[in-house]
Write a protein that binds this ligand. Structure first.
Ligand code: SF4
Length: 603
């Protein structure tokens, strides 16, 4: 066995049982990991119509066969469950080190069943598995909770995936934070974890993932390092968000709830501004030489900044000072990626970089998805602007675009479900249904998931992704073979490997005589399994649709007609081997993908 251990850990929280499943080589070769593995377990273990926040939902942590291999990009894992935000297939991916640590501990996946009666955390120390009391951790933000767990376990190299107070309070877009600065952000997996009263999963692995062809893999890792200038320089220097000014010039920036395509303040809050104003370093995920992750550090006053420079950075780095003395931004929580700069910044009309960094830090400390939170705030602000939400509705809190300090305050209100935060913690689609008054017209959701910050009117390549991702308004284009496959095997989408190199990496790690066609099938299999789950839960073609906002034109881009959308959907159904009218996978497709048993479980 190379690239996998043939060991899936099941944990039943209600009766504190654990068991090991050994699903066999064919399972890992056919599914790869990630979405495929998640869909497999959701179809089998989650009863149709189960409450996403009830004990019948299962929470699956699924690295892939590449996760933990010593090659750049192989630090990803996925988390999945029935989504409390959408009711559909829920899944989100994260980078960092946690997924690789789980593999190093000897596990290919973790499936969490049931719910605990009091807060617990799971401690996985290689093959030893233990549930521990998390009552003292409940209510703590992620930084404090991680400190307490590492102190209790007495090992600073333990990796922790956890929820913050937002997950505990079942905020429907709560995320799972690992390594304090990486998140499985989308579709509310943190709320599922909170409903199970599972505060954290702490992992320590002392092994190494077995590799079939170490020299072959090393050559590919060296290719990334030796072509850094040519292939990854922009990511290495600036991370995501370096192209915001270009997007703005093209009229494709989300601004004021996707109504405008540009703002003249973008240069104050893009990745170039982050580097100039608040960044102290770049870091990486497991085994990755690209190092595209920003770390920002802001102190409230100059003396604290100087002390931090001396103590932490040994005087080699300038720590920023908030010019208005309001916010400290903790570097343990990394820094804002493009999605956060846009969702918590430009789309809310903000040009206050320190406040945006603070809102981003709070999202990682309290455990919320910046995209869904930002889009929900944008929807609420437009409603407030148009008088559909009033001060009576919001408990006296004004919801105005351009108000940076209010956004920082709202992050905390939502995470703790206080005041108007309780309404917004439901996500924009549920909140719109609750207040009515025509507010649905300002939603930017697909299947209930707030769309990411790439406007499909500006970027044709995003249209199929938003329309057809099983999770809803997802921008990662995992509906395509390339990204769909990477999602499953645990490979970062930012690495410039071409398809031949991806195939070579998979062969080097697993030793399987894989073909390009087999990899395409793996991606199709994962997407079709997720489709089966959604169909079972009552989703139909009518859910493969963009919200009304994207039928409206931008100053530089036309709106997308219903006919355009229908054509994209039909073409995709046909490409996947699903019925052209309904999107139901055909019997021939189920047979070709070898998933008839999963389809039977979906009934
Ligand atoms: S490219 Fe960036 S996000 Fe991807 S694995 Fe490397 S450091 Fe992580």
């Amino acid at each position: 066995m190379n690239g996998y251990w043939n060991k899936v850990l099941h944990v039943s929280l209600g009766d504190r049982r654990t068991w090991i499943e050994e699903p066999g080589e064919a399972f890992f070769r056919r599914l790869g990991g990630g979405r495929g593995v998640i869909a497999h377990y959701l179809l089998r273990h989650v009863p149709k119509g189960a409450d996403p926040l009830g004990p019948d939902n299962v929470l699956v942590f699924a690295p892939g066969v590449l996760t933990g291999a010593p090659v750049p990009g192989a630090g990803r894992h996925s988390v999945g469950a029935r989504s409390p935000l959408t009711g559909a297939f829920g899944e989100s991916e994260s980078g960092g080190y946690w997924g690789a640590e789980l593999k190093r501990a000897g596990w290919d996946a973790l499936v969490v069943h049931g719910a605990a009666s009091a807060p617990v955390y799971l401690w996985i120390n290689d093959g030893a598995v233990e549930l521990r009391d998390a009552t003292p951790l409940w209510g703590k933000p992620t930084g404090e909770a991680e400190e307490a767990i590492l102190a209790e376990l007495g090992d600073p190299r333990v990796r922790v995936a956890q929820i913050g107070p937002a997950g505990e309070r079942l905020v429907r877009f709560a995320c799972i934070v690992n390594d304090l600065n990486e998140v499985a952000g989308r579709t509310g997996m943190g709320a599922v974890m909170g409903s199970k009263k599972l505060k954290a999963v702490a992992v320590r692995g002392h092994g190494a993932v077995r590799i079939a062809d170490p020299p072959g893999l090393l050559a590919l890792a060296k290719w990334v390092a030796s072509t850094l200038d040519e292939k990854h320089r922009a990511y290495h220097e600036l991370g995501t968000g370096s192209a915001m000014q270009g997007k703005n010039l093209e009229g494709g920036m989300p601004v004021l709830n996707h109504r405008l395509g540009a703002a003249d303040t973008v240069a104050r809050v893009d990745a170039v501004a982050v580097r100039a104003e608040v960044r102290v370093k770049m870091t990486s995920c497991y085994a990755c030489s690209v190092r595209c992750k920003k770390v920002v550090h802001v102190e409230r006053e100059a003396a604290a900044a100087r002390a931090a420079e001396e103590a932490v950075y040994k005087g080699r780095t300038r720590v920023a000072v908030d010019p208005r003395g309001r916010y400290r931004v903790d570097p343990r929580h990394g820094g804002p990626e493009y999605e956060s700069l846009a969702a918590l910044g430009v789309n809310l009309g903000l040009d206050d970089l320190v406040a945006i960094c603070k809102a981003n830090e709070l999202c990682n400390a309290l455990g919320m998805d910046t995209i869904s939170l930002g889009a929900t705030l944008a929807w609420a602000m437009e409603c407030f602007e148009k008088g559909l939400l009033t001060l009576d509705d919001t408990g006296g809190v004004p919801l105005r675009f351009h108000d940076a300090d209010a956004v920082v305050r709202l992050v905390e209100l939502v995470a703790r479900r206080e005041g108007v935060g309780d309404l917004l913690a439901e996500g924009s689609q549920r909140a719109a249904r609750k207040i009515g008054r025509g507010s649905e017209a300002f939603l930017t959701t697909v299947k209930g998931l707030e769309m990411a910050m790439h406007d499909p009117r500006h970027m044709p390549i995003m249209r199929a992704s938003y329309l057809l991702a099983p999770t809803g308004g997802d921008h990662m284009r995992q509906t395509g073979n390339r990204n769909g496959l990477r999602n499953q095997v645990g490979l970062c989408h930012f690495l410039a490997y071409d398809d031949d190199q991806t195939l070579a990496i998979l062969r080097a790690v697993t030793g399987w005589d894989l073909t390009a066609e087999e990899l395409v099938q793996t991606a199709h299999r994962g997407l079709t399994l997720a489709r089966l789950f959604n169909l079972r839960e009552g989703l139909t073609r009518a859910d493969d649709r963009l919200p009304a906002r994207f039928g409206e034109p931008l100053p530089k881009h036309a709106g997308l007609s219903r006919e355009q959308q229908e054509q994209i959907v039909t073409d995709y159904y046909v490409e996947q081997g699903w019925d052209a009218a309904t999107g139901v996978p055909t019997a021939d497709t189920l047979r070709a993908l070898g998933i008839e048993a999963d389809a039977a479980a979906a009934v």
